[in-house]
Design a protein around this ligand. Structure first.
Ligand code: FER
Length: 285
């Protein structure tokens, strides 16, 4: 009896992982990045990070962003673009100071593990008089207002300033915590602009899961990648769990990466960038 129960369990587990449309999201296993994946390595070509300023018609200000161009960036080629967003305490410098996005990508290119791309690191707090020191309720509307600034001001600025591809399949949007919530909210609300979306440890600014995707069929058709990840020791874990459950319910393909023992910190977010960047702008391996 016990034996047959066990065998039924094995059969069920196999069935769940092989029947199309059932729990497809949890199949992929993400391993920890290798040693020094985020370190500046000798013998590897390096990209550049520069500071740009653009006119925000949305906010009525000149606003700053950092832009990473890959090693050997040339106007003879057109590159896809990842817009990578920060958290509640950050700005355009947060990823650069704490997340080593340039070294992570330099090292991936050197190993031919990622398609050369431009990474834009905006300031996602779109307001005249709100700072990282303000309480969350004052900051939240500024993070929400960034949707318009991004679509109307920043993306057009990037596309006229850099040698980039401008179709939806050449734009990705991802971010950490508040930026993860922004990425899910803005990305899934603008599938004609973004085909690749990632939420890393997304915060409570994430729309309620039932409201995130208005048209599941459109999402299935247009999304090339939806990556949802969180550490299981993160106080915000339930947000990503809720999004994942809703996506499963609506059978929307996505990758769900639960980082075992992971907290709300850059150890997790650097690992997310390492995995997410390898999946971008190409057929899934
Ligand atoms: C909250 C807790 C945390 C919240 C936002 C955060 C909007 C954001 C954290 C971060 O960006 O690191 O209740 O509400």
């Amino acid at each position: 009896m016990r034996d047959s129960v066990l065998r039924f369990g094995t059969w069920l587990a196999l069935a769940l992982t092989t029947i199309p449309g059932v729990a497809q999201s949890t199949d992929r296993k993400f391993t920890a990045p290798p040693d020094r994946f985020d370190a500046r390595q000798e013998g590897v070509d390096h990209g550049k990070i520069e500071l740009v300023e653009y006119d925000s018609t949305t906010i009525g200000l000149r606003r700053k962003a950092r832009v990473y161009t890959p090693p050997g960036y040339t106007t003879d080629r057109k590159y896809p673009v990842l817009y990578l967003l920060h958290g509640i305490g950050g700005d355009e410098n947060e990823w650069v100071r704490q997340g080593s996005p340039d070294f992570i990508l330099d090292n991936l290119y050197a190993d031919k593990k990622a398609i050369p791309m431009i990474v834009v690191l905006p300031n996602g707090r779109a307001a005249k008089d709100v700072t990282a020191r303000d309480p969350i309720p004052k900051q939240s509307p500024a993070f929400a207002a960034f949707e318009k600034d991004l679509l109307v001001d920043l993306i057009p600025f990037i596309e006229k300033t850099y040698s980039v591809k401008t179709d939806r399949e050449s734009r990705a949007l991802a971010g950490l915590s508040m930026g993860g919530g922004q990425s899910l909210n803005f990305g899934l609300n603008n599938l004609d602009t973004f085909a690749w979306v990632g939420g890393f440890s997304s915060a409570p600014n994430t729309r309620p899961p039932a409201e995130l995707i208005k048209d599941p069929e459109e999402a299935k058709r247009k999304l090339r990648l939806l990556y949802v990840a969180c550490g299981d020791k993160d106080g915000l874990f339930r947000i990503s769990q809720g999004v994942h459950n809703r996506l499963d319910e609506k059978k929307i393909p996505h990758l769900y990466n639960v980082i075992s023992g992971g907290g709300h910190d850059f150890k997790v977010w650097k690992s997310d960038l390492y995995h997410f960047a390898q999946l971008l702008f190409q057929e899934q391996k």
